[in-house]
Design a protein around this ligand. Sequence first.
Ligand code: GLU
Length: 271
Amino acid sequence: MLKRIMIVALALTFVFGAQIAIAGLLEDIQARGELIAGVKDAVVPFGFVDEATNDIVGFDIDICRYIADKLGVELRLEPVTSATRIPMLEQGSVDILAATMTHKFERDEQIDFSITYFMDGQKLLVAADSGITSVADLAGQKVGTSKGSTSEQNIAEAQPDCIVVSFEGYPEAFLALKQGKVVAVTTDSTILLGLKNSDENPENWAIVGEFISDEPYGLGVPENESDFRDFVNLCLAEMWKSGDYMTIYNKWFGEDTAYYLPLEWEMEIWP
Ligand code: GLU
């Protein structure tokens, strides 16, 4: 009898254990009723604090809100930096990253990515009267950027003779530029446009040089959560096909905004 009970108990453990293993992040989010998104909170216009409401707003936030709405859950925002975002996703502190993050094969070793949902490239932000026009002018000079970004790697490759100074985030790097501690800030061009046009005197600053990299942004999702990643990709594809993507894109990067970036790429859509 005892033996039989033990066998039944073992079988039950196996069945329920297997069920727990099968239930993935998608089900967890639905059960919790909340999608926790890691977003930037000081990167205009991707994720920043709206001073009137104290809410974090921006392009990345609108993308996450669309996904949360499709899931039928609330959206919770957790601020991340370029350096903290991947560890936070790995630890399970957030479900998804919408944080100006370029999809790199190198990063694929730690997390998974959605299809590309935004495309940019890296440039330089300098004082308008600096005389700097390209990376060639940065030899022997200090250049500010953010810790944990592709920007710090790309600039070191594009100009091995410059001194890369990495800050917590881009506003700190811009402050260093204003204080004369660095001669340029480098990162994705739209982030630079956000810094320049959020300044009281945008005309004092210039975005210069050729693109020194391609920066296709992907949403970060945890490794091996394919149901969740499929869902996220489906949301992006639906957003693109329905025109909702363009509405969000134009709200932040359209011609009438201070962050105009012509859309010159197409989302990967399959039938
Ligand atoms: N897109 C680049 C990256 O993923 C630079 C912007 C950022 O630091 O988030 O590293």
